[in-house]
Design a binder for this molecule. Structure first.
Ligand SMILES: Nc1ncnc2c1ncn2[C@@H]1O[C@H](COP(=O)(O)OP(=O)(O)OP(=O)(O)O)[C@@H](O)[C@H]1O
Ligand SMILES: [Mg+2]
Length: 221
């Protein structure tokens, strides 16, 4: 389903210096597989998710999605690829402040051109399962960090994507809400045969995953 082949990612630091964040990284995730990624701060976890989702390009190596190399696609092809196949939970949410909770959750469906009232009723179901039903008409800038985090997870799930990439989706949640979000995410992935690749520092949720990987020294073990 997803394969990273010999990925290298360097960033330039100043005019002459470069830092190599990922070096010869290989990764395979099967259809429907639920995989966690651990690693210290600054090891390149967010960098890796950005490469898989086509938000950034590797310095060398290929990202392969359903046997198709995506690394050689241009930015508009990649944005279509994300819209059709990927759900992303960003580390810092990236919600649209001027929209309400429900509008943010439904946005990926609206962008796909789905009927608005149908989109809203699907969004309402997800809002309810994340205990956000009392907040659906709130502008998202008035939500707490944990509520905003739940909105960002619901938004990533609403299109039933083939792959969900989640960057520390429980970082702002207490353990009850962390379990609520992770259980809901994993249940939906299992039901739809969606693959999940989730970055976390939360040791208490790791037993829920099929595999736990570790990013260290630019590569995965
Ligand atoms: N656009 C960029 N330009 C230059 N350096 C960058 C850029 N993005 C990230 N880096 C550097 O690359 C390294 C990896 O960053 P990344 O955000 O991927 O780490 P992370 O594992 O997600 O960390 P955290 O757990 O703190 O979120 C860091 O040293 C960071 O400073
Ligand atoms: Mg990060």
């Amino acid at each position: 389903m997803l394969e990273c082949r010999s990925i290298v990612k360097t960033y330039s630091k100043g005019a002459t210096e470069e830092i190599k964040v990922l070096s010869n990284l290989n990764l395979k995730i099967d259809l429907g597989e639920i995989v966690a990624l651990k690693g210290s701060s600054g090891t390149g976890k967010t960098t890796l998710l950005n490469l898989i989702s086509g938000l950034d390009y590797p310095s060398s190596g290929d990202v392969v999605f359903r046997n198709k190399i995506i690394t050689n696609q241009n930015t508009s092809q990649l944005s279509l690829f994300r819209r059709n196949h990927i759900g992303i939970v960003f580390q810092f949410f990236n919600l649209i402040n001027d929209l309400t909770t429900l509008e943010n959750i439904c946005l990926p469906l609206i962008i796909r051109g789905q009927n608005k009232s149908l989109a809203m009723s699907q969004g309402l179901q997800l809002a309810t399962s994340f205990e956000l039903d009392s907040k659906i008409n709130h502008p998202v800038q008035l939500l707490s960090g944990g509520e905003a985090q739940r909105v960002s997870v619901a938004r990533a799930m609403i299109t039933n994507p083939d792959l969900i990439l989640a960057d520390e989706p429980t970082g702002n949640l207490d353990s009850t809400n962390a379990n609520l979000v992770i259980d809901c995410l994993i249940n939906q992935c299992k039901k739809n045969n969606t693959s999940l690749f989730l970055v976390t520092h939360n040791e208490s949720i790791l037993s829920k995953f099929d595999r736990v990987l570790h990013l260290e020294n630019g590569t995965i073990s």
